[in-house]
Ligand binder design. Structure first.
Ligand code: IMP
Length: 426
């Protein structure tokens, strides 16, 4: 079985938990986009594991691959590998020789660029993601394989510096000694991670030919995609299922199943239009503990937005849905769902490309009643779908009707055991 799991909103859908839940069914987990901007927390028997680079499926599979589409902060990677090896000792780790390297200079540039953007400030995670992809596409980037050669590293660091001198002139990187220090540090990081480096596109395709099951784990969410998200309030990579091919060297034609994960409501960190946002009321944020895993920033929170979900389902070509945090949403007395976008008097099924047009967007809502607390409900843990509160089932079935997709995985709490699947209990 070859599957890909993708976020369908703004990147905080709870994919980590769903991936961890299904990953025991796969031999190999592959990540193909983004970097330390992602953050996923997996809770196993009360213990929390936080990862940014390592995909969450790695805790339960035999092999983990970081593909060429990623941008990797080597220092962060070293500490995450240590953590991973504590919980999954036998794991095989492979990193693409073509993955790009995030340096401290890129992180500085990320902040600097944000300060210049002023009104169009994105609210990035400050992890150096944008500047590293800029260098990749500008063909000056540092790749994993370059960590083995000090001369190449020095040359590339100086090239990047020369190209971005205007932005770097007030920084420590203006000093050649500091740049040389960075070269030494990167080389040293290389010494501890180069043993994991490989031609991962060959490994993945060989493993496929040998009948292994592979899970591709997308980072971020469809609405942060550089092409299909609400530009410019997006990340610098493609965050849709098709990106697995360019980000790993494996053809999307061989994918059997696209799993799309969405939260029972919507949340977002960073700036930009958020049509279904709930303003001036912190209840849902506090109930859901909606604070960014990577930055700790309070997330903006809103109602489930069906036009948005239908759009990302289309772009990702989703086969099967997974919903998270239904336990949180049910604690509200009244729940709303956006059912339609009306623009200039007509229903639309896309996002305006002109930012000002978001102000003219009118939303239609449907209201539901909350289903109350289901915390540690033994009946649900033992009996699954049939034991769910009727009001919750009504909410689930409404979404299924509106999206024309089946919700096959339902997450009702942080721990693994609070996840139910329809197939098993039907
Ligand atoms: P960047 O990816 O750090 O450049 O940030 C660009 C935008 O994407 C910002 O609004 C971030 O908050 C958002 N973002 C990036 N990665 C994630 C993620 O994994 N979850 C949620 N938001 C993210």
């Amino acid at each position: 079985m070859i599957s890909v799991i993708m976020g369908l909103q703004f990147g905080d859908e709870g994919k980590g938990k769903i991936t961890d839940f299904i990953s025991k069914n796969y031999d190999e987990v592959v990540r193909f986009n983004g970097g330390s901007n992602a953050g996923h927390t997996v809770v196993i028997n009360g213990e929390k594991f936080k990862f940014h680079l390592i995909p969450s499926g790695a805790l339960q599979s035999n092999t983990v691959i970081l593909g060429n589409g990623m941008v990797i902060d080597p220092e962060e990677l070293i500490s995450e590998i240590e953590l991973l090896k504590k919980s999954n000792k036998k794991i095989i780790i492979k990193i693409s020789s073509g993955a790009h390297i995030v340096t401290k200079m890129h992180k500085f540039l990320d902040k600097k660029e944000e300060s210049i953007r002023s009104k169009l400030n994105i609210g990035t995670t400050s992890q150096g993601i944008g500047p590293t992809y800029e260098d990749k596409y500008g063909r000056t980037g540092i790749r994993m394989i370059d960590l083995s050669n000090k001369d190449i590293l020095k040359n590339k660091i100086n090239t990047i510096y020369n190209m971005k001198m205007e932005l770097l002139k007030d920084s420590i990187y203006n000093d050649e000694n500091e740049r040389n220090k960075m070269v030494d540090e990167l080389y040293l990081f290389g010494q501890s991670i180069l043993k994991y480096m490989d031609y991962t596109e060959i490994i993945i395709n060989n493993d496929y030919n040998n009948g292994k099951s592979i899970l591709f784990e997308g980072a971020q969410g469809g609405m942060l995609d550089i092409d299909f998200g609400i530009y410019p309030f997006v990340t610098s990579s493609n965050t849709i299922s098709g990106a697995l091919s360019t980000g790993s060297g494996f053809s999307y034609r061989k994918v059997d199943k696209v799993i799309g994960v969405f939260k029972a409501y919507t949340s977002k960190v960073g700036s930009g239009p958020f049509p279904s946002e709930i303003l001036n009321d912190d209840t849902l944020r506090n109930l859901g503990n909606e604070y960014g895993t990577t930055t700790g920033r309070p997330r903006r929170v809103g109602w489930l937005d069906l036009p948005l979900l239908r759009y990302t389902i289309m772009i990702n070509d989703v086969d099967s849905l997974a919903i998270t945090k239904l336990d949180i949403l049910g604690k509200l007395d009244k729940i709303k769902v956006v059912t339609k976008y009306i623009f200039n008097g007509k229903e639309i099924n896309y996002f305006p490309k002109r930012l000002e047009d978001f102000d003219k967007l009118k939303l239609e809502y449907k209201e539901f009643e909350g289903w109350g607390s289901i915390e540690n409900d033994k009946n649900i843990i033992n009996n699954g779908y049939s034991a769910l509160p009727e009001k919750m089932k009504k909410y689930i079935e409404f979404i299924e009707d509106e999206t024309n997709k089946s919700i096959d995985i339902i997450s009702l709490g942080e721990d693994r055991k609070m996840t139910i699947t329809k197939q098993i209990f039907n």
